[in-house]
Design a protein around this ligand. Structure first.
Ligand code: SAM
Length: 354
């Protein structure tokens, strides 16, 4: 009889061999994860990756360029090496392939907008998560009785531009997938509802030269959308339509797209927007809703679940949802069919047909 059997049979403490192997590593990694997160966010804020693109530099040159204190500079840069965001050889720092492609502001694939916003807005607001969990109240600018999020943003052109660019950074991967996966060959027009800078519309237009489209959003977004369409050379096929989707009619088109729209609002508002999309579509028209949708079991898409907590921080009633939730609301709104498709990473889309 082995020592193990003896100890359990006797009802004593389980022997070592029976104790499941456990490691504190992931607990510490996530618990102290904000160190790594804030280090990357500060590097983006300092435009480190933009400075380094094409110009590898040593510690002294970088320190002077970024205005860093000697006490912190070396640890900061070497931490970025250890985190996998920089490479260093013979004392010279350079971007990795990924940071060079995605965090150099001068490249079209720049996705730093979402990190700039994470640094400037989400990071301080998430410091009040416990309060949000206890009260269910937003912890952003509205915390001290300020105006709601979109009203605040629209009042400040610089922050509005930052927000819109952040949306582009966060949505680009999903937008490219939507441009490839939907049967665009069968339609002529589309409208992106709550378009922000317009990356969804731009990616669809770039991939399908036969399409013309609209970007619908609050009036202050007009120049932001129009500049971006112009930069991407699709302004002849994309038109901005100013309006408020709670009070104005939506543009009519063969396909409507709502990306990160429904999650900003409570259930009644979600249903209102779906009904409005239904009314704006012709028979046979499609509505594409895409979000970081929560998996149906609500147990694996951590990003989708955390995004939903971010909606608690940012909005009075917003929440993320599963594809099944969305398809149910769409059927209730009158759509004759709805199907869900995984896009990329945490993203899924639901396509409903009127
Ligand atoms: C979270 S962003 C999504 C942007 C973009 N669709 C994406 O996924 O990257 C929400 C957008 O809805 C717009 N929006 C908010 N309230 C609106 C309203 N009442 N009418 C029209 N647009 C609105 C905001 O200005 C913003 O551009």
């Amino acid at each position: 009889m082995s020592a193990t059997t003896t100890s359990t049979a006797a009802g004593a403490q389980p022997a070592q061999a029976d104790v499941p192997e456990a490691s504190p590593e992931s607990i510490l990694q996530v618990g102290i994860g904000f160190w790594a997160s804030k280090t990357l966010l500060s590097a983006v804020e300092l435009e480190l990756f933009t400075h380094l693109a094409g110009h590898p530099q040593d510690l002294e040159a970088l320190r002077a360029r970024l205005g860093l204190h000697p006490r912190a500079a070396r640890d900061f840069l070497d931490a970025l090496v250890a985190l996998g965001f920089l490479e260093r050889s013979d004392g010279v720092y350079r971007n990795t392939t990924a940071t060079d492609a995605f965090l150099d502001k001068r490249k079209p694939a720049y996705i730093g907008g979402i990190l700039e916003m994470a640094n400037a807005r989400m990071y301080p607001f998430w410091g009040h998560l416990t309060e949000a969990l206890r009260t269910g109240e937003p912890q952003n600018e509205a915390r001290h009785g300020g105006a709601p999020l979109f009203q605040q943003l629209c009042a400040d052109p610089e922050r509005l531009q930052q927000f819109a660019a952040a949306m582009t950074g966060g949505s680009r991967g999903a937008n490219l997938e939507i441009a490839q996966r939907f049967p665009w060959a069968d339609v002529a027009t589309f409208a992106d509802i709550g378009t922000a800078q317009g990356d969804t519309a731009v990616q669809i237009a770039l991939a399908h030269p036969h399409l013309t489209g609209y970007g619908f959003d609050l009036p202050p977004l007009a120049p932001v959308f129009e500049d971006y369409a112009h930069q991407n050379q699709v302004s002849e096929r994309l038109t901005f339509v100013p309006g408020d989707f709670f009070t104005d009619a939506l543009p009519t088109a063969d396909v409507l797209v709502m990306g990160h729209i429904l999650h900003d609002w409570d259930l009644e508002q979600k249903r209102f927007l779906l009904a409005k999309a239904y009314d704006a579509l012709p028979d046979g028209g499609s509505l594409i809703v895409y979000e970081t949708m929560i998996d149906d079991d609500r147990s694996s898409n951590a990003f989708g679940l955390l995004m939903s907590l971010n909606m608690v921080i940012e909005t009075p009633g917003g929440f993320d949802f599963t594809p099944t939730d969305c398809m149910g609301w769409m059927r209730d709104a009158g759509f004759r069919s709805a199907r869900a498709e995984h896009l990329t990473g945490p993203y899924s889309m639901v396509v409903a047909v009127k």
